[in-house]
Design a binder for this molecule. Structure first.
Ligand SMILES: Nc1ncnc2c1ncn2[C@@H]1O[C@H](COP(=O)(O)OP(=O)(O)OP(=O)(O)O)[C@@H](O)[C@H]1O
Ligand SMILES: [Mg+2]
Length: 388
């Protein structure tokens, strides 16, 4: 949908901010531009809505050269969100969000109704509508910025480090919200960040750029983690690349044991009847099946299951939705080396050992390699474009 074709930006002082960049930004997904400070991310983003004009090369939107389009029409099709939201301080929240619809000639009531609808969509309490930006927290202001960019329902959203000024907890909330909005509205989002974890979390495709405006690699995040194109990308990805990659493997295939589980009110017969083969511990649950802790089988007889003596089970993972990374984390945190899987309601679904998780990881890697080969993808993957 957005094709950046061999684009160079040379500023008047001679700085080459972007150097022969080629990138196909897919429709209805999030493409992240990531890289160190000064590598040309903002310049690239601004060339897409012509706030900056390229020195060479072309940018196509739906097959049409953006140079051939009136700049106002182009910008109307692209919402723009920046760090610290960039709100109009003298306008209320609802009027900030209604800005573009008003510019487009909508009546006041219709524009405000749209603004209120968007407040709800981005998770803002309607009670904030009449406040001014300074009366909002940083995270709330950022949400207003997103709502304002969405107001005229543009197909494209350009976002330049929109969440980098807020603390990690608020940031996570904003990221989750953006993923939800993207899933609901199917916008084409180009998102700039210098935070690789944010890039990996949000991006369907991630373009890693290096200083001088060069593209180092363009690939889906799982592929970046498994096959970094060069030492720069590898270094930029940072530590724990292998562990982080496990977030892309679902834990659904893990074989869960239900034998070594007893309820806290089990009778002696029920305890004795448990199948503990292969499991050195028994998991004790409450009557509803929620995990309470681990007990060594030899110490367990009905009537004396005392919660005080149970080993903590750490943190459970949700079977069916969590990743192998979560499952492994649970096993590593558990003093028994066994992870507890629960369903969406928190009831125990089964238990699984570190060793079984390790086997599943090896299996997942082998499966991925086989499917890569079946697709006849080169080592770095067919979606990787390495700078020439
Ligand atoms: N108007 C300008 N005139 C001259 N050089 C510029 C101008 N704007 C940006 N640059 C330079 O172009 C390069 C890329 O800048 P850009 O703002 O695109 O980087 P960035 O990747 O967004 O960095 P950051 O992560 O710090 O925001 C930098 O070297 C910068 O100094
Ligand atoms: Mg920038």
């Amino acid at each position: 949908m957005i094709r950046i074709d061999s684009v160079t930006k040379r500023y008047p002082d001679g700085t080459v901010a972007v150097d022969r960049l080629s990138l196909d930004i897919p429709d209805r997904s999030i493409t992240v531009l990531v890289g160190p400070s000064g590598c040309g991310k903002t310049t690239t983003l601004r060339m897409i809505n012509r706030m900056v004009e390229p020195s060479e090369g072309t940018i196509l939107l739906d097959g049409q050269d953006i140079q051939q389009q009136p700049v106002n029409t182009l910008r109307r099709s692209m919402g723009y969100v920046i760090q610290n939201a960039g709100l109009f301080q003298h306008r209320t929240i609802v009027d900030n969000i209604a800005t573009v619809p008003r510019m487009l000639g909508w009546g006041k009531d219709k524009a405000r109704a749209r603004a209120r609808e968007l407040m709800e969509r981005v998770g803002l309490d309607g009670a904030l509508a009449k406040r001014y930006p300074y009366q909002l927290s940083g995270g709330q202001q950022q949400r207003v910025g997103v709502a304002r960019a969405l107001a005229a329902d543009p197909p494209v959203l350009l976002m330049d480090e929109p969440f980098s000024a807020v603390d990690p907890v608020v940031r996570k909330g904003l990221q989750d919200e953006l993923l939800r909005i993207q899933a609901e509205l199917g916008k084409t989002i180009v998102f700039v960040t210098h935070d690789i974890d944010e890039a990996v979390k949000l991006g369907t495709m991630v373009a890693v750029m290096r200083t001088g405006g060069h593209l180092a690699q363009f690939a889906p995040p799982a592929e970046l983690l498994s096959d970094p194109a060069d030492a720069f990308v590898e270094d930029f990805l940072g530590a724990d690349r292998g562990i982080r990659r496990l977030s892309f493997f679902p834990a659904t295939g893990l074989e869960l044991l239900t034998g070594p589980i007893v309820a806290v009110d089990a009778t002696a017969e029920q305890v004795a009847a448990r199948d503990t083969a292969g499991a050195p511990y028994l998991l004790v649950t409450d009557q509803e099946g929620r995990p309470l802790g681990w007990s060594e089988p030899g110490e367990l007889t009905a009537g004396n299951i005392r919660q005080a003596e149970l080993l903590p089970y750490g943190r459970p993972f949700v079977a069916g939705t969590d990743s192998l990374r979560s499952a492994l984390d649970c096993a590593v945190l558990s003093p028994t080396g066994w992870a507890v899987a629960v369903d969406a309601e928190g009831r125990t679904a089964g238990v699984v050992s570190q060793q079984t998780i390790g086997e599943a990881i090896r299996g997942a890697h082998a499966e991925r390699r086989a499917s890569d080969r079946a697709a006849e993808r080169p080592q770095a993957g067919k979606d990787s474009r390495v700078a020439r």
